[in-house]
Every structure is written in structure tokens, then in C-alpha cells.
Design a binder for this molecule. Sequence first.
Ligand code: HSE
Length: 440
Amino acid sequence: MNIPTKNKTVRQSRAERSAGNGNAVCRRRKEEKMIKIAVLGYGTVGSGVVEVIEKNKELVNKKAGEELEVTYILDLLDFPDDPYGDRVVHDFDRILADDQVKIICETMGGVGKAYEFTAKALEAGKSVCTSNKELVAAHGPELIRLAHTHNCNYLFEASVGGGIPIIRPLNYSLTAERIQAITGILNGTTNYILSKMEYEGADYDTVLKEAQEKGYAERNPEADVEGYDACRKIAILSSLMTGKNVDYRKIYTEGITGVGPRDFEYAKKLDMSIKLLAVSKEAGEKTLAMVSPFLIDSAHPLHMVNGVFNAVFVRGNMLGDSMYYGRGAGKLPTASAVVSDVIDCARHIGKVIMCFWDQEEAELLDIDSVRRRFFFRVKSQALDTVREVFGNDILEVQLDGVPEECGIVTSVMSEADFAECHKKISDAAIGRRLRMEAVE
Ligand code: HSE
């Protein structure tokens, strides 16, 4: 047989031909055994997924028990200079039609096309692993059910806490527990901003600009700073905690805008810190779920979580407290979590991995009845009125060199009572009020 190469024609020997045929058979057999993977969306996380699978190939294959190969990368763009650019396709139907593709990584984000492709993949019996918290929060139980109907899986470890293992611990490890509370720092951008304000005394706008320049914060930071990102993540965790669907649109959410350096001066004086917490707690038959900036005591395990790090503090009725800490965002940490799901799917081809997240809606507690302490700032000349309205059981905090204002820590009161009292002194109030969280 003559094999034309670029510059010459080479005569292939019989042995070579036979070896070649053997190789072809081996290759075919290997391909038959191999699990093909498709990555949807070649952005930060998608390219990270390919990098993790390729860099840790031997280890990933060993742990999966099969050889995994990223065969397709779906994106609108071409990547001619990328080492995996030859795997880029633009037509999802090619992926869908390939029976050897058993696992799909959805790293596109959003709910439009991502939802359509995920549903089609699951209906075709292909498992889907995702980092897409918007889609999981909006359609989680429906997609899990769809997957199980078709003997495949919809896994979403990377959707909360980036590289921190938290979905798997809730699903597999803490199965003997009744989870009573989950409190998380679930957004790296806001934690970075708050930490900078705390330790460098910087103001909000300057830190946000710096975070955007460093690529920590999005150009449009609304989803992070207004708490929407943390809200979707706590909706996912609350759903796994209750086993019912917690609708993220019904979770009370406040962001960090309006928190200023002066608030941190008071926090320091109180031996506290300010963190954007995402909270989910058992409240009888209901669930309290909310996102808000909180003053937390230095004894709180989440007090030491700074910068872009995330942490999830879980209370079980048997284990007690446990905490999961690490990088909550970023290319490789998030991709690592997606690939851990890929390995899980590879180990369970044709089998369902149980996940207790029903479509039945969880009933959320109206936060008006929740009791806690509150902190607010007030002009000093209004202190007598403040004492009249809030009673004498308040703590007054005076900063050195700032006689014109005073910080007030209230006694334990309901959200509704606080709002009513605070309205009465609103003319004298400075800045925004903060909630106080304590570990009971
Ligand atoms: N914007 C998110 C954060 C990215 O800052 O945590 C990870 O979900």
C-alpha cells in the first residue's frame, strides 16, 4: 500500500499493514470502551474543564474506571490557536446524535439555550454536569427528575461554592442527619469587597472598581452586590436541606450596597465583622431562607473567611456543626468540581444517583416574625428619642473622635417591631441598619 505523505510516497510493508490493521482494531475497541464527553460553552469554566481532564488525565481515567475523552466543545466561536480548537463544533445536534457521548458538561450559563440543551441531552440518556446556578435554581428538580426517568444524572456540584465540595456532602455524606441550618458566605466578589473595606478602610466604590479591574467582579456587578447570586446558591442548598423546592424568587434578599467604612469601625469596636450571609434554617414546618449583610461575632466560624474565599457552615441534628471552606469561584476550582461530577457520572452509567430534591414547594417563613438584635447609627442629638422608642435595654457604642453620632445595638426583637421602631427615628438615622447573627 502506498501512503502519500506531504513530500514523498512510502511503501508500507505487510507487517506494517498488519500492525496498522491491528492498531485500527485496538483503536476501535478502545473507542468503543471510551466515554466521550462534550463541553457546552468554552468560556472560563468550560476551558477549565478541558484543562482539568487533560492535565489530570491518568488520574481522572483511573478514578472514573473508564477512559474519558473530550470529543466535542460546543461554542459559537472558533478557537484556531487553542490546543483543543479542533474539537470545537457549532451544532448541538452533532453531539446529541453521537451515541458514544455519555456525559455533557454544561458551562454556558443562563437559562435559555442551556435549559434547552440540558433537557435534550437528558432525554437522550446523556448525563449532564453543570456549574450553572441560574439553571439549577430555576429548574433543578425538573431536570433531576427528567434525568432519572432516562436513567442518567443531572449533577451540579460546581453550582454552589465553586470548588468547595458541598452538594456531595449534603447528598451523600450527611444522609444520616436532619440538617437544621446552613449558613454560607457564598459570593466571592462581595466577600472580597467587604474584606477590603474591613482591613484597608477603603470605601465601597473604590474597592468595587479594583475588584472589577482584577476580574473578581463582573462589569455589571448587580447580581453579586445585590445578593442575587448568593440567593440562587442558598435556594439550591435549602432545597437539598429540606428535600423540597425552595423558590429563589421568594427568598428575602438584600445586598451590600450602603455598607460603608464607618460600619466597620463600629464592627471592630464590637469585636465583630460584616459578612454577606446566605441563611437557611428550620423554622418548625417552615424554612427561614434569606440573604443579607450581617454583623457576626469574632467567635462565629465564618468570621475568619476573607477575600474571595467562600465557606458553608452546616448544622446537623446528630453531627452538630461542620464547615466547608475553599475557593468559591475561579476557572480551575470550579472546573475541578464539574469534573468530579463527570467522574461520578462515568461510574454510574445507566444508573441513577439519588438526589432528594422534590418538585413540591417548601414553605418559607415570613421574615417579619424572625427575632434578633439589630445595629444602626443615629445622630447623637436624637439619643433620648432612641431610648424612648427602643427602650433602655440597648447598647450605645461611641467611636473615639466621632461625637456627632452613636451606634445602637438593640435588644432581641422581631423584624416587624424593629422596622416600626426604626421608622420613628428615621430622620435621625445615618446609613443603613444591619442585622446581627449569633451562633446559638
Ligand atoms: N460571581 C460569583 C462570585 C462567581 O463572586 O462568587 C461564582 O459563582
